[in-house]
Design a protein around this ligand. Structure first.
Ligand SMILES: *Cc1c(COP(=O)(O)O)cnc(C)c1O
Length: 354
């Protein structure tokens, strides 16, 4: 497939690197590609960033048939731009697509197009400490049709957004609410797909937790509401008796790339690691017997998000005296050092752009 590149007539002024937030500013160009039954995926193009003209009956808007990804490009000390495990994002995009009846894209071509796009937008990759260029590949169902079935046409697009340091106010632990009233996903459902519906399903509980002064929701399984699944839109890790424990992938948990990176590094470091079911009761018991030393979330946006307080029913427990634990610190530093090219990449995770 031939990628067409049409440069924007006018370029926007770039924001100040030190004042970036998350997801508010977008670059000059975007990638677009279309799908129909006759041609399959076709017309891949890089063009001006701009709105997409959609009929009000567009299927995505009504039935949520869509998938997305989230990854980042990082600028190293020498000014090079690099990606962290992008092949895994394209692989997961296709995996999500399969569960949503969306046609798969050519992963190698997708990565090629992304690298081209980033090369064109190289000056948009911020260089202030811990800033990055956030990348959002998305596929939406575009048939103008109100019947319920899989769409016959799709749009795949990639947009880029320079983002600020996640921990601009310091690497501090957050307070977490364990919800018993809501579930995010169920086994047999679409929990393991990165699809908008899972985010819609998480909003009510998230807002509720925020109102009560908690940053995120800890999700229990959707069947028995007994086993821990995820925290907010991150995977979750516990340190109990010096062993790292994370819920095993069971169909309703999103297979995070950061989760996998933590597990891989733990293995390299000979840290005991278990992927298994862990009940909320086991977590509370471990706390009561003094064996629970850390809890942290993992995801692309925050990398590692330490948990300092957990509320479950009438109980509020403080983890590690509300301070960031050594494991959370070690994983955060190791992963970000690899991403910014400050440390050796032990697993071939880095993909240079330019
Ligand atoms: C994206 C996502 C994660 C984290 O995945 P990463 O690949 O580590 O960014 C975890 N949980 C949910 C629900 C997600 O959507």
């Amino acid at each position: 497939m031939q990628l067409t590149i049409t440069k924007a007539d006018q370029l926007k002024s770039k924001p100040d690197d030190s004042k970036l937030g998350f997801g508010t500013t977008f670059t000059d160009h975007m990638f677009n590609m279309d799908y129909n039954l006759e041609k399959g995926w076709h017309n891949p193009r890089i063009e001006s960033y701009g709105s997409i003209d959609l009929d009000p009956s567009t299927m995505m808007l009504h039935y949520g048939q869509g998938v997305f990804e989230g990854l980042k490009a990082y600028k190293t000390g020498s000014g090079a731009v690099q990606l962290f495990r992008p092949k895994d994002n394209f692989k997961r995009l296709n995996r999500s697509s399969r569960s949503m009846c969306i046609p798969e894209v050519d992963e190698a071509f997708g990565l090629h197009a992304l690298k081209q796009l980033i090369t064109i937008e190289k000056d948009w990759v911020p260089s202030a400490p811990e800033t990055s260029l956030y990348i959002r590949p998305t596929i939406i169902a575009t048939d103008p049709f109100l019947g319920v079935r899989a769409s016959h046409t799709y749009r795949f697009f990639i947009i880029l957004s320079p983002v600020g340091a996640y921990y601009a106010e310091g690497f501090n632990p957050v307070k977490i609410w364990v919800t018993k009233d809501h579930v995010r996903a169920v086994r047999g459902g679409i929990g393991e797909a990165k699809t908008p519906g899972n985010y819609a399903a998480s909003l009510f509980a998230g807002e509720d937790a925020n109102k009560k002064g908690y940053a995120q929701v800890l999700w229990l399984d959707g069947v028995e509401q007994k086993y821990v699944e995820e925290v907010g839109s991150m995977n979750i890790f516990f340190v109990i008796n010096d062993e790292l424990i994370t819920p095993m992938l069971n169909g309703s948990i999103l297979p995070g790339i950061t989760r996998d990176s933590v597990i891989s590094l733990a293995k390299i470091w000979n840290v005991k690691i278990a992927e298994r079911q862990i009940s909320i009761d086991e977590v509370m018991d471990a706390n009561d017997s003094g064996k629970l030393s850390e809890i942290f979330g993992s995801g692309t946006a925050a990398v590692i998000s330490p948990v300092g307080e957990l509320k479950y029913g009438d109980r509020v427990i403080s983890i590690g005296d509300g301070k960031v634990g050594p494991m959370a610190n070690k994983f955060y530093k190791a992963i970000t050092d690899i991403q910014y090219g400050k440390a050796e990449d032990p697993k071939g995770w880095i993909e240079p752009v330019s």
